[in-house]
Design a protein around this ligand. Structure first.
Ligand code: FSX
Ligand code: SF4
Ligand code: F3S
Length: 311
């Protein structure tokens, strides 16, 4: 089991409060959530990495947020994670197989990264074995599979045309029956923590949308809760980066913002300690929580349709 040092009670409660709000629950539920997370037994997690940039793990564990990593390791029993574990090579393989045997039928498999399907999946191999085979083998006895990040959920950047490796998301290989998708490139770490916390608190999956995304995080269009929405409604747009409208914080629609066709809680959940998000920081949303996002993002600075509604 991987450890990172203890989380303070203060940090634990602080993160429980954010996680409770992320699930769309009232503040009065914080005690119930924190009690459920403390109660145990902790679910065992086997965490796989395939074709990706590891930004998903980075978003969860990077230095400005050490309490997030500690919180995660406080609520789950992380048995296998290639980026974090000291073991490598044969020793790591043994850890994986031991964990699969010991926790058969009980563990959660978290997957980061897309899976190569072309030519028998030879474009991504770990320990000499194609990722697609590892995925099938490890998920077969998992109770639940969480595809963390857009690459794992929908193929992401790797699946962009012409997709030379035949990259796909996890669901295309194993089906949807025990899958939850938490997309974003990278995904918001709180959406992951909130999903795990929901399952531990209520003993069931959160409500999912047609793409297997938790509705509490991906149930609304970015456009519908964006801080620039009043400018859109009043027809006030930035026409160019750096123009007067841009400096005044006007809507980024004409600069190609995909907020009107992208489902995610980015404007409210935000990222990092300082609470930033792409549109808030002055860049149009590129739709990173959606399938085919890389192909759909281009031309990147062109409106998704003209203001009269023609593509
Ligand atoms: Fe993909 Fe994640 Fe983007 Fe990167 O593991 S969702 S490329 S942030 O790292 O998979
Ligand atoms: Fe919608 Fe994007 Fe404009 Fe925000 S910036 S109101 S998401 S088009
Ligand atoms: Fe991605 Fe758009 Fe949110 S680019 S991080 S879905 S604002």
């Amino acid at each position: 089991m991987l450890r990172f040092g203890e989380i303070s009670r203060r940090d634990f409660l602080k993160i429980c409060t954010i996680v409770t709000a992320s699930m769309g629950l009232p503040y009065s539920m914080v005690d119930k959530v924190s009690a459920a997370l403390k109660k145990g037994p902790k679910p065992t997690v086997i965490w796989l990495h395939f074709m990706e940039c590891t930004g998903c793990t980075e978003s969860l564990l990077r230095a400005s947020h050490p309490p997030l990593a500690r919180f995660l390791l406080d609520i789950i029993n992380l048995e296998y994670h290639e980026t974090l574990m000291p073991a490598a090579g044969k020793q790591a393989e043994e850890v994986l197989h031991e964990a699969m045997k010991t926790y058969k039928g009980e563990y959660i498999c978290v997957v980061e990264g897309a899976v190569s399907t072309k030519d028998g999946g030879i474009y991504c191999k770990i320990g000499g074995k194609p990722a697609i085979e590892i995925l099938k083998e490890v998920t077969k006895d998992a109770k639940l599979v969480i595809a963390f990040g857009t690459c794992a959920a929908f193929g992401g950047v790797q699946a962009a045309k012409p997709n030379p490796t035949g990259a796909v998301g996890v669901g295309e290989v194993i089906g949807n029956s025990k899958l939850i998708n938490i997309p974003g490139c990278p995904p918001n770490p709180y959406n992951f923590l909130a999903t795990v916390s929901y399952i531990l608190t209520f003993g069931k999956l959160p409500e999912l949308d047609h793409l297997r995304r938790p509705k509490f995080a991906y149930g609304r269009l970015i456009h519908n809760h964006c801080e620039r929405r009043a400018h859109f409604d009043e027809g006030r747009f930035a026409e160019k980066f750096g123009d007067e409208g841009y400096k005044k914080g006007y809507c980024l629609y004409k600069l190609g913002c995909k907020g009107p066709i992208t489902y995610s809680n980015c404007p409210v959940q935000r990222f990092c300690d300082v609470g930033v998000w792409p549109v808030g920081a002055g860049h149009p949303c590129i739709g990173c929580t959606e399938p085919n996002f890389w192909d759909n993002a281009f031309p990147i600075y062109k409106p998704v349709m003209d203001i009269e509604g023609e593509k």
